[in-house]
Design a protein. Structure first.
Length: 106
């Protein structure tokens, strides 16, 4: 499985996207903090976080007895650059060219 495949798999689930949104709003949350925002078991949240970590979207750091979770947006940016940006470039350029031609007409 490639890195892109792991990112797409991780982003395919709404619960994992919600966890990323929580970390975007405030980084460095514990499992308990994240669990309190979801209606699922601690084990369920841990499974989702593990998949996010495997995709590189979440990184962790130990602070005493706590494990803090942080958002890593780099894999999302890499997917954007590889899969989204190249497909929108042509359309955007075409729209800009059309705008200029229409504005130049008498």
């Amino acid at each position: 499985m490639t890195d892109d495949d792991r990112v797409f798999k991780a982003l395919a689930d709404p619960t994992r996207r919600f966890l990323l949104d929580l970390l975007f709003a405030r980084d460095g949350r514990t499992l308990t903090e994240l669990e309190s925002e979801l209606e699922m078991t601690r084990f369920g949240v841990m499974k989702h976080l593990r998949l996010l970590e495997e995709a590189g979207l979440v990184v962790t750091r130990r602070s005493g007895r706590e494990k803090l979770h942080f958002l890593n947006p780099v894999p999302i940016r890499l997917v954007h650059d590889r899969w989204i940006d190249k497909y929108t470039e042509h359309q955007v350029t075409a729209l800009v060219d059309l705008k200029h031609r229409l504005e130049d007409q008498p």
